[in-house]
Design a protein around this ligand. Structure first.
Ligand SMILES: Cc1cc2nc3c(=O)[nH]c(=O)nc-3n(C[C@H](O)[C@H](O)[C@H](O)COP(=O)(O)O)c2cc1C
Length: 360
């Protein structure tokens, strides 16, 4: 069958479809479980979670599925920042705070170096089956520690070179993130602009240059996208935006509505919210901050500075100041339960294969 391959075997799932770990509240236990219970791989986006929150959520997922699921983590980044940069950024953010009646500026929170290690320990303790990373490479020791416990390790790459670096480290499979992708860019070596390569070009070039299985991500929303990625040589797909609008997703309702009502020309890549380039739907915040992008503190500092603006904007129903992450394929988004969405995708692939003489 078209859906049986090395990735489905290694991950012990039926269909080669992975729901992206999406940090920030989208990947509720209900979403992760619904995906895994439908035969694909659900993933908890735990990048922003404290080790305690992460453990609690993993336990909740286990209560609603006995199928394999994964956890996605962020590789910690050096957060060098000058006081001057923070003062300037706060000045540019002040008009948004005033509109929202926010009296206090957010504190600059530097990441806790132990946080990541503790997250890894929770994964081991909870015997999670799959662990994926973005924003860089974990240390060799961490990869070995996870693999020793039979945890499948998945990396993220935005160029062929980054995929090779994942393979050389002993990582089991690699998600290649095309420039269409919603959310943050996973680029970790070289210029992010040079690494804006479309999925159609990135997948076959990576497949030709690594031996580990390649997972295609970016702009894949339905059976046509899934089968195309497999034909290009990917052994699975990772989908984000398509799951954001699902019934089980924990995304804010304004975020879901924005994706459901957007078109292909309305997304942009911006660093304004977090200090790291990410694709989302263009809004007033992005437009007004565009001139300052180059001077903002880098991720994760800028992310902490905008946190209260983003959450308060959601509370007060101002989507124009929220981060509305979306890939370039929002016209294909639907609001439906995960089981229905995945059944539809599988049936679309089956139909295309069955009618291939008419299609090709
Ligand atoms: C709302 C949202 C949040 C995301 N958060 C993460 C994350 O925490 N970790 C990660 O590896 N990728 C994250 N991504 C990127 C996905 O892994 C994937 O590359 C992308 O969704 C694929 O493109 P698509 O959105 O067009 O399907 C996120 C994507 C979206 C849309």
């Amino acid at each position: 069958m078209w859906y049986e391959n090395k990735v489905t075997q290694l991950l012990n799932i039926k269909y080669p479809i992975i729901q992206a770990g999406m940090a920030g509240g989208v990947t509720t236990p209900e979403l992760v479980a619904a995906v895994s219970n439908s035969g694909a791989l659900g993933n908890l986006g735990a990048g922003y979670m404290s080790p305690e929150q992460m453990q609690e959520t993993i336990k909740k997922i286990k209560q609603v599925t006995d199928k394999p699921f994964g956890v996605n983590l962020f590789i910690p980044e050096n957060a060098e920042v000058s006081e001057e940069e923070v003062i300037k950024a706060n000045e540019w953010l002040q008009p948004f705070r005033e509109e929202l009646n926010l009296s206090e500026q957010s504190e600059v929170k530097k990441p806790n170096a132990l946080f990541f290690e503790e997250q890894i320990n929770i994964l081991l303790e909870e015997k999670v089956k799959v662990c994926s990373f973005t924003f860089g490479l974990p240390s060799k020791e961490i990869v070995q520690k996870l693999k020793k416990e039979n945890i499948v390790v998945i990396g993220t790459a935005t160029t062929v070179e980054e995929a090779i670096a994942n393979e050389e480290l002993g990582i089991d499979m690699v998600v290649v993130q095309g420039s269409e992708a919603g959310g943050h860019r996973g680029t970790f070596s070289g210029s992010f602009k040079d690494a804006m390569i479309g999925t159609m070009a990135l997948v076959p070039q990576t497949v030709d240059n690594v031996n580990i299985p390649v997972i295609a991500a970016g702009g894949i929303m339905d059976g046509r996208g899934v089968l195309s990625a497999l034909i290009l040589g990917a052994q699975a797909v990772q989908m984000g935006t398509a799951f954001v609008t699902s019934v089980e997703s924990g995304a804010d309702k304004q975020h879901k509505e924005a994706i459901l009502n957007s078109t292909e020309d309305q997304t942009v890549v911006t660093s304004a919210f977090s200090g790291k380039p990410a694709r989302g739907i263009r809004n007033d915040f992005i437009t007004k901050m565009a001139n300052h992008e180059e001077e903002l503190p880098k991720y994760p500092i800028q992310n902490t500075l905008t946190k209260s603006i983003r959450s308060e904007a959601a509370k007060q129903n101002h989507p124009e100041w929220m981060s509305l992450w979306s890939g370039q394929n929002p016209r294909l988004s639907k609001q439906q339960p995960v089981s229905e969405m995945l059944a539809e995708i599988i049936s679309q692939v089956d139909t295309i294969i069955k009618n291939k003489n008419e299609v090709w």
